[in-house]
Design a protein around this ligand. Structure first.
Ligand SMILES: NC(=O)c1ccc[n+]([C@@H]2O[C@H](COP(=O)([O-])OP(=O)(O)OC[C@H]3O[C@@H](n4cnc5c(N)ncnc54)[C@H](O)[C@@H]3O)[C@@H](O)[C@H]2O)c1
Length: 333
């Protein structure tokens, strides 16, 4: 029996990740093979034609689960009744632009979207921010949606997690299914910390199977800078893998992670020394439709230093948007 229809809003739908995402959503991979979906595609006016063309293609695919596609440049319309919101559309860093300009330009996008989510989204809304700087964009969005529980706002670090799993599997010549217990901590940036302290390969600790030099000099920088590597080789940023990780994130959030944890940017509750109120990546499990930070993991000195460095970047980003007056009522309350 088919379940109730789910309204999924995708912003930046005329862009690259948006294009890769929408066919997977419409085919049932985001939520499950028995869940009908209605898509709301949000763009700015210059991206509307691309989104409209994609909507034609969705129609031509005759997906059995796809009930409706709406294309709009109005955030209020796009988020009205939304159950899942995937915030991809963002402002890229321009030539010579400082990080502060990037933060400001994006906060001016994500603030109004948070307000629109607050005003009209469904009670069970779940938000994942993909557009960079993803963690701080998620923080800004949530700050403008004070009536929505903070745990409904997340940032995508599943791509980093998947990259870490895949790099370990390739290095040790095992299938990715042999790898468990990887974690991404902190910011989705080059200062993220891909952590293998608790990771195992077919039950054996990764730390016994790889040498320290490989971990420090190759694995960590490769995972953290993989986005730049893709751009250098491909001539464009990751699209298919970003869309795939987004599907993984939402699917697990809604359907549960089972016996393994994964990684996601969620609001800190102060766990592991990350100041409460930052959106930081953690090892998380989804239980009963909610993300829970994995408790009780030992953090050694090496990991502590890496987590602290990444969290300091998150704090600087929050301070920058706060100083610009771009945080909403949740933060100033
Ligand atoms: N978190 C991650 O793991 C991850 C991975 C890859 C890329 N990204 C980020 O995802 C974002 C999108 O990447 P892309 O390759 O799809 O870029 P893109 O430039 O192809 O598409 C972005 C789209 O967003 C639209 N847009 C801009 N402002 C908007 C707004 N206010 N409302 C709605 N739409 C708006 C643009 O018109 C454009 O069509 C970038 O910020 C990128 O850095 C994140």
């Amino acid at each position: 029996m088919q379940r109730q229809r789910v309204n999924v809003t995708v912003t930046g739908a005329g862009g690259n990740i948006g294009y890769a995402l929408m066919f997977r959503i419409a085919s049932g991979q985001l939520l499950g093979p028995d869940v009908p979906v209605a898509l709301r595609l949000l763009e700015i006016p210059s991206g509307l034609r691309a989104a409209e063309g994609s909507a034609f293609e969705l129609q031509d695919s005759a997906f059995p689960l796809l009930r409706e596609v709406l294309v709009t440049d109005d955030p209020v319309q796009a988020f009205d009744g939304a159950n899942v919101a995937i915030l991809v559309g963002s402002r890229p860093r321009g030539p010579g632009q400082q990080r502060a300009d990037l933060l400001e330009g994006n906060a001016r996008i994500f603030g109004p979207q948070g307000a629109a989510i607050n005003a009209g989204a469904a009670d069970d809304i779940r938000v994942v921010v993909v557009g960079n700087p993803a963690n701080t964009n998620a923080l800004v969005t949530a700050s403008h949606a004070p009536d929505v529980p903070a745990d409904r706002f997340t940032a995508l670090t599943r791509l980093d997690h998947n990259r870490a799993v895949a790099q370990l599997a390739a290095h040790l010549s095992v299938p990715v299914t042999s790898v468990r217990g990887v974690a991404i901590w902190g910011n989705h940036s080059a200062l993220q910390y891909p952590d293998v302290s608790h990771a195992t390969i077919d039950g054996r600790p990764v730390r016994e199977l790889v040498d320290e030099a490989w971990l420090v000099n190759e694995f960590i920088p490769r995972v953290a800078n993989r986005g730049a590597e893709i751009i250098a080789v491909r001539g464009a940023s990751s699209m298919g893998s970003a869309a795939s990780a987004t599907v993984d994130h939402v699917y697990d959030w809604v359907n549960g992670t089972g016996h393994d944890w994964t990684s996601a940017g969620v609001f800190s509750d102060g766990s592991y020394g990350v100041p409460a109120g930052l959106v930081s990546s953690y090892p998380v499990r989804s239980l009963g439709g909610r993300w829970a930070i994995e408790p009780g993991l030992a953090v050694d000195d090496f990991s502590r230093a890496r987590i602290n460095t990444s969290v300091a970047e998150l704090q600087a980003e929050r301070a920058a948007v706060s100083a610009l007056g771009l945080l909403g009522p949740r933060e100033s309350a």
